[in-house]
Design a protein around this ligand. Structure first.
Ligand code: ZN
Length: 446
């Protein structure tokens, strides 16, 4: 069985329904946490709030968090000994999951969490940095860092895409090297395998279709998913037919036809859109609009501001002959067509690649609605969809038993998707997260 065949499980929804207890609301006096006052501890109630549970919305319900996990959801009788947050006019959504990031420093995990991204799925990094970061994701302690899953080193050919970053890793030349390479990647900490497949691309070599297929088989034999970097329809066709579980970007060298869109859907291959980066590559960086948004700007660090207004590579850049494959208008149209064909879309930003951790997810979610996703579908792409794609069973949803990674926003993102930016409170493992921008460390005095 291919690992993602069980992904369409309805289990999370069943769990949510079990937690939806239809009783009358409590009448006992409650102690309400005043606006702007942080909740103390990791047990509390959000009362009378609109909940988006990862898939659908419920109006005027209560959510009870106990010891960092969701204990009750629905029209319940909450315990009277817990602090209460008045949720009227607010919407509670699962902590966002960045499905395509590159994490190089803890600062980036802090930036992510400050904007409601509680989990990052890294898609190529230095494994000696990312592997030690993974232990927090099974803990329930207070933290100011997003949890991390990592691809670590990519699987690519000698002089293939990814080798230009100067990260030391072994490459692959033929199919019979796949088993040992995959086992080595898993042993050093890769949670999934990232293959770079770029047939016909200028500047870079690529692994062959046969090698990619061998890598997919080797990874699936180990129970590990495979994510493919592609930038062309030809690359996508090969990756889907080789059985990869996810395309790490939508392709945009040409528009997808109905037959191939349906084929991707039939293979149940997820597609991470990463629309934010397509604009950046063409000098149409969406980041400036995020910097200008008063709901986001006060929480940006200086480093994030710089990332968001960075000018993309121009036509004279050494990578320009390759980057011409990235076209934001075609990318948006392809996401539109894939969604119509039934392909499940994930939200990812490629941060911090002309984007910034955390904040750029709010732009990406809006871009997905420009590609025809409903606001609920765009929110699902940033919560439940990546959780199901990557088998993260304790997050990406508001359901009994899930980790209390939550974002409370002012307004209704199901009507105005940019309401995700009007963050009122963020919880990680049930603990409220400070949104204060950390002071930049002073230069050492000599
Ligand atoms: Zn990337």
């Amino acid at each position: 069985m291919r690992p993602n065949q069980r992904l369409r499980s309805i289990a999370p929804i069943v769990i949510a329904m079990v937690g939806f207890v239809a009783t009358s609301c409590a009448t006992a006096p409650v102690v309400t946490v005043a606006a702007g006052v942080p909740v103390d501890g990791n047990s509390f109630v959000v009362r009378n709030v609109r909940v988006f549970d990862g898939h659908r919305a419920m109006e005027g319900v209560d959510v009870v968090v106990k010891d960092g996990r969701i204990d009750m959801v629905g029209h319940v009788t909450p315990p009277t000994d817990l602090p209460v947050i008045d949720g009227a006019d607010f919407t509670l959504i699962p902590g966002l999951i960045e499905a395509h990031g590159h994490v190089e420093a803890q600062r980036e995990l802090r930036d992510a969490l400050r904007f409601g991204v509680t989990t990052e799925l890294d898609m190529l990094s230095r494994i000696n940095f990312t592997a030690p970061q993974k232990s927090r994701r099974t803990q329930m302690e207070r933290t100011d860092l997003a949890d991390l899953w990592t691809a670590g080193s990519p699987v690519t050919s000698p002089r293939g895409l990814g080798t230009q970053f100067g990260i030391p890793f072994s490459t692959i030349s033929k199919p019979d090297e796949a088993v040992a390479l995959v086992k080595g990647r898993i042993a050093e900490g890769s949670d999934y395998i990232k293959v770079m497949y770029e047939p016909g691309a200028p500047l870079f070599t690529t692994i062959s279709y046969e090698t990619m297929a061998a890598v997919v088989a080797a990874a699936h034999a180990q129970g590990v998913l495979v994510v493919a970097h592609i930038s062309s329809v030809e690359g996508a066709r090969g990756a889907v037919r080789a059985g990869v579980d996810e395309l790490a970007h939508v392709f945009s060298d040409t528009l997808v036809d109905d037959a191939f869109a349906r084929e991707i859907a039939a293979h149940r291959t997820f597609v991470c859109a990463t629309l934010s980066i397509f604009g950046g590559f063409q000098g149409k960086n969406f980041g400036a609009a995020l910097v200008a948004d008063a709901r986001l700007s006060p929480y940006l660090s200086a480093a994030q501001r710089a990332e968001l207004v960075k000018v993309g590579p121009g036509p004279k850049h050494p990578m320009a002959p390759y980057l011409v494959r990235f076209d934001v208008d075609r990318a948006i149209e392809n996401v539109r067509r894939l969604r119509v064909a039934g392909v499940r879309i994930l939200a990812g930003t490629d941060a911090a690649n002309l984007t910034s951790h955390g904040v750029s997810m709010h732009g990406e979610i809006e871009l997905l609605t420009r590609a025809g996703l409903t606001p609920a579908e765009a929110l699902e792409a940033a919560t439940l969809a990546p959780a199901e794609a990557f088998h993260l069973d304790d997050r990406g949803r508001i359901a009994v038993g899930a980790r209390a990674d939550l974002v409370l926003v002012d307004g209704n993102p199901l009507v105005d998707i940019t309401a995700t930016r009007a963050i009122v409170r963020i919880f990680k493992n049930g603990f409220e997260v400070s949104r204060a921008v950390p002071a930049v460390a002073a230069a050492p005095v000599k």
